[in-house]
Ligand binder design. Sequence first.
Ligand code: ADP
Ligand code: MG
Ligand code: MG
Length: 884
Amino acid sequence: KKWVYAFVPGKAEGSASMAELLGGKGANLAEMASLDLPVPPGFTITTEVCEAFFAADHKLPEALKGEVMQALEAIGNTVSAKFGDEKRPLLVSVRSGSRASMPGMMDTILNLGLNDKTVEGLAELTGDARFAFDSYRRFIQMYGDVVLGVDHGAFEDILENFKNLNGFAADTDLDAEAWHEIIADYKAAIEREHGAPFPQDTSEQLWGAIAAVFDSWHNPRAETYRRLHDIPDAWGTAVTVQAMVFGNLGDNSATGVAFTRNPSTGEKEIFGEYLPNAQGEDVVAGIRTPHALTKKSTGETSEASLEVAMPEVFTELRKIFDRLERHYRDMQDVEFTVQLGKLWILQTRSGKRTTEAALKVAVDLAAEGLISQDEAILRIEPSQLDQLLHPAIDPVAEHDLIAKGLPASPGAASGEIVFHSEMAEALKAKGREVILVRSETSPEDVHGMHAAVGILTARGGMTSHAAVVARGMGRPCVSGAGTLRIDANAGIMRAGARTFKSGDIVSIDGSTGRVYAGKAKMLPPQLSGTFATIMEWADATRRMKVRTNADTPRDARQARSFGAEGIGLCRTEHMFFEEKRILAVREMICAEDEEGRQQALDKLLPVQRADFEELFEIMAGLPVTIRLLDPPLHEFLPHEDREAAQVAAALGMDLMRLKARVAELEEFNPMLGFRGCRLGIKFPEITRMQTRAIFEAAVNARKKTGEAIRPEVMIPFIAYRREFDILREVIAETAKAVERESGIAIPYDIGTMIELPRAALRAADIAAGPLGADFFSFGTNDMTQTVLGLSRDDAAPILSNYLEHEVIAIDPFVSIDQAGVGELVKIGVERGRSAKPNLKTGICGEHGGDPRSIGFFETVDLDYISCSPYRVPIARLSAAQAAI
Ligand code: ADP
Ligand code: MG
Ligand code: MG
């Protein structure tokens, strides 16, 4: 096995495509060397060595020694120096670098190869003793900290004391003599704390450093970073050993970092900082204030800028940036060092950027001809768009992290903790901003969720009630933050050892799932012109239509503004939860006979009609799919005494009898109980009322807007063709009645949800003939439950166990189980179309807003996807990416 890959300008054994083996840093150094860019020579020890190292209980493979020593000698030959040589010592850096960039999380050691002898050689060779001893003390400090585990504070204290005692202000003021004294103190500190002297043997230094860099893969910082960014522990890091170049050789030397474009705005301007007479991390460490690279940055003119101070270097840097951008066809993040006026490039990678910058860079690169329009579309991570549509937590500010849950609904919010929905409403009415904190939420919390600026739950998954509703409302939500202990009655929330009370301020980031104490710094939502451009390109590219799941006029308007092309799912029952309506709904359910039910339905008719009318108006002729009543009735039952008493009074019923009726309606497993089409088949008057509301609304909207309105009435939870036929007849009769009364014929379609396996299998039967279903809408939420036999309300702990055991790779409620549930969707589409070629097909489950699932829906040729309003732009972009 080959453990080591060498690079020198003009020639490299590795390349940019080998990041898995060489880490991003090593791979790109090799690539730049191949491009003949000024890269100090070096070699990279592969991630396989890291793997072997951990497998062998922190022992490096035997064969590595020879390969490393040989590669080291080759470096020495190109720079005419020799590792450990007292006259011409070769110094190297030992750098970490994993497949995914983990900036600053692991360790890097500079100036390795210095000891009491070689430092004299270096001083002689460069004629600069200050520089040589400055480099030596830096090395001892880094080595002491990273390899020997001596707290870096110890070194900082020594330096600080020395400067105070001797009246030095800046590090750069210290001369060789001064560094000499400090080095003695550093060494003493190491001997004291580590129990052994600082190693003078340069080989021992090298192997110590290599092992320490591998070990830094498991330092707590890196582990946390990986957990938060879903980077597998198994990847490991590579180690790059590279000849040093020196930015601390006086004022003609410098070190800096740069983005080839502005990473916050995407503007095409060099963006970065540098420090003269400095090394490595001085720029980021903030020991001295760095200078801008360009003369004109943020409106100021800086004489200290690299552009003014080192004009030739600046010109060359700019040329190299150009070259790198052309080569990588993307914005780059570059680290460089200037040694005695000569420029060296030490790292390049594709630069991290805000969503706004990502959009601008993609559009600009396309305009510059570096990438195609299709590539520009593919460059944007669809889920990133969330950041634009909601305020975001400032990623650079410091925050007090207290828990992490699921990123259930994007956006960020800060507010007072409240534990009850009523309280949330009451405080909102007073103009306060609250975060609703619950163990879990139920449909009854909808008003509280609405009143809150954000929702935090300790239980529940990505499709838990709280998550779905929050996304629909565009409220940020973190769900399933399992480490939180919530005691609503006591009014406290515990996060580890800390306790929070009602009224305490917390911030949640629904895009990352993080929860912070206190008020986090926010950035406002921004929809730039480049957003519109990318969306336009996406719309021109995609095949599938994008509709929205909208239950209220507010949702519908929001979705339209995000480009929705109709409503794919209006859940009528979501209109029922409002204070004034819920009583009538309860009357309807609890009524003991048809007469009582009809009275309640008569109260509901006008409100439903008004809702639908508004939806039709907002959608102005775009398709609107309205689903008939679907949920188990028990969700609406009056459980509290006060509610029961209200309903009993309204129905003129004895309270005890009402309670008996409620008990009768309780089910063991309501999700598989009396719901969906089963309701309408037993109580056709409910279907009649809803149909009447739909068609009367259509008539009114048509009169008002003049638009041709064609409602799509959807029957939920079908398993048998006969179920469909029974309800189709009720709908058709009612539509006819409205036509007779109004004199206006409204064309319509009647279709069905496909959410039970039997319906997918019998799709041909269900769609057959002129009276068969006109459209299918795959309800992949219920379908996932019914195909997997897994209740989504109970799924969270099971799924997390399954993820751990690799039974599944991703939560099937978040991203569709393509092989199982997806296969049934495919069968449903094929069989349905075999019976009815012009059958309309769509999807309205939560998967309609998931980029991966959307990629799958493209392959099964659905006509449209429908998702919650705030996911519409994501769906438009994902659908375009799927079509490319
Ligand atoms: P990180 O991953 O934390 O950025 P790096 O390995 O990139 O760590 O090293 C940090 C800094 O150290 C670099 O930006 C560069 O300034 C300096 N450095 C690393 N290797 C060398 C080298 N061979 N010569 C000069 N400076 C170096
Ligand atoms: Mg770096
Ligand atoms: Mg359903």
